[in-house]
Design a binder for this molecule. Structure first.
Ligand SMILES: [Fe+2]
Length: 550
């Protein structure tokens, strides 16, 4: 069966294609439109579809819209409160529902030839749950979905037996851990539904001074759900604008909320473990991008293994909805093969892009060796290889790389990217060496957990050690990521370090680079020393020689 999954209703519009149970392609619209998160999550934008991502998914598989067996739309308007006579009520919520109902017709306009009757609505949290349980390598597992909101819920807990999803708890709105965290994000001067990871980073600079009060305001219920009462954040620290000017109180507030979130997740996990007896847990929903909470859950929770969907935010519901409907149609759904599910270009196409831009480039015998040489000389490398990543993390396909042994490289990378200096950068490490350097769940291919850096190693890789002594690592297995593994091996031969700094290839406020053109624009505007575009290497020094002949 050929099933196209669509996420559109809130933000992170995305499309994914599942054919005969296999994930063939998945991409977020932002990588095409170059607008971060695709759109704002307001009712007025609910009709907008991931048109380019969906069109590309079909092209990638050589399919036309007529050849689809189903379209899985990751929101079910029948589960949302029915729109009343006043469409403006509840912040225009009814408008969102009306737009969702019209989605089959909007989809027909976006994908000419599509039969709108093939569109099936999938409950938002069921789609998230499938993106966790069905995409994971587990046959059966417990599943938790935690996010801001879906149609009328903010949390799902259950079990997926492989045959079906059994829902054990569905937490109705207005109680929502995700919305609570979002409102703090806004209070701290960051963009809500976007910058929550900055609050998590800020939390490590504070201590949980307000934890007791928050324990009274955020409580777990005996039914395996929770209650959240609105918090007047200004009581603890004044509101901020523009992402700067934070003080001890702001960091303490972030630390308190972060700590309470972790405690609640642990309680929910114990409840779920007791009910299901499962050894493994799959996680999704925007809150599951909180790698600090994930790590605490792995370390102190009842489950032996925890797997997190790399596109845990709403984008992932496109894939989950497609997997869910594939299973309903009788297909055996296979785990997702990796996170490299986006666009790629042939070597010929990449060379054509370089020629067109009239840039000086070389084709070294081995791009991994050449890039490792630049890194060992403390150069910054923009690394563009293979298919682009699914989810918000760069995983060695659209990455910015640096030497981890120089502490100053953290500031240098944050400067290049134009982002706040309290933000950490993360290491990639050869899987077979990870245990010796980092303490935490292994393998960790998607950067969804933080690991403690072992004491004897911290001094060797200061650029990637966060203020709390942790690092959000990506492990690299040679059979899964042969080119990145070769790069790490080549870097280790030169420096003795099997670790490279890896951050996403973009500048502040922009989506990750996706196409060769994006890569060249980024290279042209940011002080990066080299660009490894497929097998080709561009050096800034060569460019400078050409611009300023002696
Ligand atoms: Fe969601």
């Amino acid at each position: 069966m050929r099933v196209l999954g669509i996420n559109a209703v809130f933000h992170d519009p995305a499309a994914a294609l599942v054919v005969d149970g296999e994930t063939v392609a998945a991409a977020e619209e932002e990588r095409f439109s170059r607008r971060k998160h695709g759109k704002r999550p307001v009712p007025f934008a609910a009709w907008e579809l991931p048109e380019r991502a969906a069109t590309w998914c079909l092209e990638a598989a050589g399919l036309s819209p007529e050849e689809l067996d189903a379209v899985a739309y990751a929101y079910d308007p029948d589960l949302a409160p029915a729109p009343g006579p006043d469409i403006t009520a509840g912040g225009w919520e009814g408008l969102r529902t009306l737009y969702a109902r019209r989605a089959p017709l909007f989809l027909r306009s976006a994908l000419p030839g599509l039969n709108p009757e093939l569109v099936r609505f999938v409950a938002h949290h069921v789609a998230h749950a499938a993106s966790a349980a069905l995409a994971s390598p587990y046959d059966s597992c417990a599943v938790m979905v935690l996010d801001g909101r879906g149609e009328s819920a903010s949390y799902l807990a259950g079990r997926d037996t492989g045959e079906r999803l059994e829902v054990l708890t569905l937490q109705p709105l207005p109680h929502s851990l995700g919305l609570l965290y979002e409102s703090l994000t806004e209070h701290l001067g960051f963009l809500r539904s976007s910058d929550e990871y900055k609050v998590m980073a800020l939390a490590s600079y504070g201590s949980p001074a307000f934890l007791e009060e928050l324990r009274r305001r955020i409580r777990v219920t005996p039914e395996g759900g929770f209650e959240t009462t609105p918090v007047d954040w200004a009581r603890y620290a004044p509101s901020l604008r523009g992402g700067g000017g934070w003080t001890r109180e702001h960091a303490d507030l972030a630390a308190s909320v972060q700590r309470r979130l972790e405690e609640v997740i642990l309680d929910l996990a114990y409840w779920l473990h007791e009910r299901t007896g499962e050894r493994r847990l799959a996680l999704a929903g925007g809150v599951a991008l909180n790698c600090v909470a994930n790590s605490r859950l792995w370390r102190q929770g009842p489950f032996e293994e925890v797997w997190v969907q790399p596109a845990a935010g709403d984008a992932g519901t496109a894939l989950g909805a497609a997997m869910h409907v594939s299973r309903e149609l009788g297909d055996q759904v296979k785990p997702m093969p990796g996170a490299d599910l986006g666009r790629s270009w042939t070597d010929e196409e990449l060379e054509e892009a370089l020629r067109r831009a009239r840039l000086p480039y070389e084709r070294p015998q081995d791009i991994a060796e050449a890039a490792a040489g630049v890194l060992a000389d403390d150069g910054i490398v923009a690394w563009f290889q293979g298919r682009s990543e699914w989810g918000p993390r760069a995983l060695g396909h659209r990455s910015l790389l640096a030497h981890p042994g120089r502490r100053a490289n953290l500031e240098r990378l944050n400067d290049i990217k134009g982002r706040e200096q309290f933000r950490p950068v993360a290491p990639m490490v050869l899987l077979e060496r990870a245990k010796e350097i980092f303490d935490g769940p292994l393998p960790s291919p998607y950067m969804l957990f933080t690991h403690r850096v072992r004491k004897d190693w911290a001094q060797h890789i200061p650029a990637v050690v966060h203020v709390d002594g942790t690092a959000r690592i990506q492990t690299v297995a040679p059979d899964e990521e042969p080119l990145v593994a070769r790069l790490l091996e080549a870097f280790e031969r030169r420096t003795g370090l099997p670790v490279v700094v890896n951050t996403s290839l973009n500048t502040a406020g922009r989506p990750m680079v996706d196409s060769p053109r994006d890569a060249l624009e980024c290279f042209g505007s940011a002080p990066v020393d080299a660009l490894a575009l497929g097998p080709f290497l561009l050096r800034r020094a060569a460019l400078a020689d050409r611009c300023n002949p002696a």
